[in-house]
Ligand binder design. Structure first.
Ligand SMILES: O=C(O)CCC(=O)C(=O)O
Ligand SMILES: [Fe+2]
Length: 347
């Protein structure tokens, strides 16, 4: 990958401290097409994970709600997921505390020019690329033996412990979610999980969006669909900013206290033969407050082939996607050239 024209030691957080005019590189929209940060709120179904696991009538109703929400907007708000409010606060805090450190200390975790992992800002792949108004910490958390621990913050002191615990808890949740996704389509419970394999990968990304002088001209994160199988997004507790595209219209995703936003990624769209949708979303900025979100991307090990479940291919619904190996590799390659991998995967 050709990197980087801009140094990672030029974070948006620093830029924001002394910035009255938005630098040219961050202008996403010209003023004739300003970004509306105040789109209407979308009603995203809230799913009770605990009741999904029971074998009662309430589980059937919840599965039906799950299927309906994933086929219409591609996401749901998970509650009763087994993590307490104070634990989720700790996950947010390790991110916020890290970004508050002096630059010198943050640079201990800085990503290498050719790497995605570590602390940095939007990687630059071309001179004409419009940059996102965000800094991030991006770390592979699973499998454990592939972690690059030298890039994990030593400060705050509990960073590693909390991120490890969060990873373990999300593994459990992800298993329950993948089973529920299969069951909601009347497939064998293990159908998606079998494709997913034992050595699944998880990557955590702490997204830090400093206040921005012109939220109408720039984006925290450009529109994209996730290349994962599933993404778990812990939103900021107080500051909204996530928007989702539905029927060609942008909507604001509301904050549901203590819920995790569960998002279908491209790989589950493929496995479900397009029944579940991987939603296009973006993050907007605001002029007053820092926003922090924590996204955890779960995906099958890159050596595995993923494909639409055979049971979902019928005469009326023919196979819509090719078999894909290393979807994520293709995703990043395409992303940097502004191309969509899911479109390329379509037959
Ligand atoms: O900050 C957000 O709410 C969105 C994050 C996101 O979409 C991502 O990290 O892929
Ligand atoms: Fe995303």
């Amino acid at each position: 990958m050709a990197e980087t024209l801009q140094s990672v030691s030029n974070p948006v957080q620093e830029l924001a401290l002394d910035c009255e005019t938005l630098p040219e590189r961050y202008i996403y929209k010209r003023s004739d097409e300003a970004i509306d940060v105040d789109y209407p709120t979308i009603d995203i179904p809230v799913i009770d994970i605990n009741s999904l696991k029971s074998s009662s009538l309430s589980a059937e109703k919840e599965l039906e709600k799950l299927r309906a929400s994933l086929s219409s907007c591609g996401c749901f708000q998970a509650i009763n997921h087994g993590m307490t409010s104070s634990f989720l606060d700790q996950v947010r805090s390790i991110g916020r505390d890290f970004f508050q450190l002096p630059m010198k200390e943050k640079l201990n975790c800085v990503r290498a020019a050719e790497d995605m992992e570590g602390y940095g800002n939007d990687p630059v792949f071309s001179e004409h690329q419009v940059l996102d108004w965000t800094d991030r910490v991006y770390l592979l958390t699973s499998p454990a033996d592939q972690r690059k621990l030298h890039l994990w913050p030593q400060n705050p002191e509990n960073f590693r412990e909390i991120l490890e615990e969060y990873t373990e808890r999300l593994k459990f949740l992800n298993e329950a979610v993948l089973k529920a996704l299969s069951s909601s389509l009347n497939l064998k419970e293990s159908c998606f999980l079998d494709q997913y394999g034992e050595n699944a990968n998880m990557v955590a990304r702490f997204n830090y969006y400093p206040p921005c002088p012109r939220p109408d001209l720039t984006l925290g994160l450009k529109p994209h669909a996730d290349g994962s199988a599933i993404t778990y997004l812990l939103q900021d507790k107080e500051v909204e900013g996530l928007q989702i595209l539905k029927n060609d219209q942008w909507f604001t995703v509301p904050i549901v206290p203590d819920a995790l936003l569960v998002n279908v990624g491209d790989q589950v769209e493929i496995m479900s033969n397009g029944i579940f949708k991987s939603p296009v979303h973006r993050a907007v900025t605001n002029a007053e407050r820092v926003r922090l979100s924590v996204a955890v991307f779960c995906f099958p090990d890159s050596g595995r082939e993923i494909e639409p479940a055979a049971e979902l291919i019928t005469e009326t619904r023919p196979v819509l996607y090719k078999k894909m190996k290393d979807y994520l590799g293709a995703y990043f390659e395409n992303y940097h050239h502004g191309k969509s991998t899911i479109e390329a995967a379509k037959i």
